[in-house]
Design a protein around this ligand. Structure first.
Ligand code: SF4
Ligand code: SF4
Length: 258
């Protein structure tokens, strides 16, 4: 049988999954033998740098590309397993993501639940999801905003330090569900040095290089502000500069209901 060919795809501008992948990438930096895996294409590959932009279209297409297999024995010292929140909605899916199942994937294992679906847009729904994970045997369940990259990375590191199995719910709504667009970020094209870092780290399709500088397509930008912190010359400006990460998260959920 011919080997499946990888396909390229792009996560939407402002996709909150991108923040979760980046946090996992940063948190596992320097951890020898760690494994990051997932149930569908983009969650499985999104953490890869600079492949935060790509989705090969499913696990069977992904694995030959990266020469990596999802472990069946806890041989890896550390495993982060990405799954969509909807994967926990049926009993079979939930059983395959139980703490017992995860414990077979790594000596320390973290279930990273990407909670961005229409079924998880209120605090009560997120807390219900947390209860479901506790019922699946996880001793620790933490809810964190994936676009608050520093806190998300710190949360993962805390889980690694605690050992065993834990679950992190990355809670931020899918941009496609938003009824109102947040104001876009903007690059100061006169001071951009064209280093490409913003694009290499985020892979956001709203960013493009128009030599000698980058620009943000204001029609595409979803105002997630992920690229803002990646610019070392600090010339990506956001209208939400003075907001706390919590206020930005609230704004995204409000954009669903307005
Ligand atoms: S703020 Fe930056 S990363 Fe987020 S959607 Fe806009 S251009 Fe993309
Ligand atoms: S990271 Fe900043 S300086 Fe570098 S290309 Fe992007 S906007 Fe320009």
């Amino acid at each position: 049988m011919a080997a499946p060919q990888p396909q390229q795809g792009v996560l939407c501008a402002g996709c909150p999954h991108r923040g979760a992948y980046l946090a996992a990438k940063y948190a596992t930096r320097g951890v020898r033998g760690h494994v990051l895996c997932g149930d569908v294409g983009c969650p499985a590959v999104g953490y890869l740098y600079p492949a935060a932009a790509t989705c090969p279209g499913g696990m069977e297409r992904l694995l030959p590309r990266y020469h990596q297999e999802v472990p069946t024995e806890p041989t890896a010292p550390l495993c982060v397993h990405f799954a969509r929140d909807t994967a926990l909605d049926n009993d079979a899916g939930a059983a395959s993501l139980s703490a017992e199942a995860l414990s077979r994937e790594g000596q320390t294992a973290v279930l990273a639940v990407l909670a961005s679906s229409a079924a998880r847009v209120t605090q009560a729904e997120l807390e219900d999801l947390g209860q479901r994970l506790l019922g699946l045997g996880y001793e620790t369940v933490v809810i964190v905003d994936p676009l608050d990259t520093e806190r998300a990375e710190r949360t993962l590191r805390d889980c690694f330090a605690a050992g065993g199995t834990s679950a992190v719910i990355f809670a931020s709504p899918c941009t496609l569900l938003m009824k109102e667009r947040l104001e876009p970020a903007e690059v100061d094209r006169f001071t951009c040095v064209g280093c490409h870092r913003c694009w290499q780290v985020t892979g956001c399709p709203a960013l493009s290089f128009a030599p000698p500088a980058y620009r943000i397509d204001s029609d595409q930008c979803a105002g997630c502000d992920l690229c803002v912190g990646t610019c070392r010359t600090q010339i990506i400006y956001t209208p939400r500069l003075r907001m706390t990460p919590e206020e930005r998260n609230t704004l995204r959920y409000q954009a669903l209901r307005s």
